[in-house]
Design a protein around this ligand. Sequence first.
Ligand SMILES: O=C(O)CCC(=O)C(=O)O
Ligand SMILES: [Fe+2]
Length: 278
Amino acid sequence: MSIPCRKAIVNNTEINVAPLETVSLRLLLQKDEGERIKLYSAARSLGFFYLDVSDSKPYLADVERLYSVTEQYFAQSEENLLKDFRMDDEFRGYKGGNNWGSLEILRDDVISSEVPLPDIIESDSATVQRFISASHEVSHVILGELSKSLWPDSEHHLEEKHHPKKRNNSSLKVYRGPTLENLADVRDNTHTDGGSLTLLYTDKWGTQVELPWNKEWAWVEAKPGHAIVTVGDTLQALTGGLLYSCRHRVSQPVGGFEERWAVTYFFRPENDTSLVPL
Ligand SMILES: O=C(O)CCC(=O)C(=O)O
Ligand SMILES: [Fe+2]
């Protein structure tokens, strides 16, 4: 099914805005059937949707705090940042280049307290813990409601591969990804997310999705009080392709330098989950 795009103007440039559905976390928690159907439809068609979390004020306050923590973290010297670089570790620590950086913190490491947080974040460890715990719970709510639509007679459920106590690589990942002076210098980073669900918080244009019905790129608007949720390859595989893992990338609509911060939660399956249908 093809859904038309809205147009928006950014710095005198007209752009296509991706037609994302909005699903309410409050209504999902109330087991509202209409909301569950909307969630299922969004996860099947585009695999990208907004989750309205505007009722969860303490959670949103933690997201705001994490933007500041991210900014402080990346204001450190290169030498300090490199102390958090972990060679050959796909999921942990600092990664970066000339004008971008990311820091990834695994939920399992936070729960076990075996791996210390970077020094500059230590004083915000309670915020990190609350964000991880709440994001993991939110992901489970989505998983549970999707399972009800996928298997109404409860034959299977996605939670089978997401036991909260089994080891998994779910993580908080924060980004510094400033926009570039020259649009032509932006490099292509098209990908799908490998995990189960991604919750993305950002405050600027940057995310683009490839619309599955016409293969055109459309911009995802950042909306206050809303997570941008992505269905990942794992859910696509576990459901035999019923749910859709959408190709997306990070770019910028126009040239010009501007700092851009993103706070994401990667909800991933139990380690060693095979990417085959349940
Ligand atoms: O920063 C963004 O807009 C998206 C980031 C993303 O796609 C990812 O981390 O997988
Ligand atoms: Fe992604």
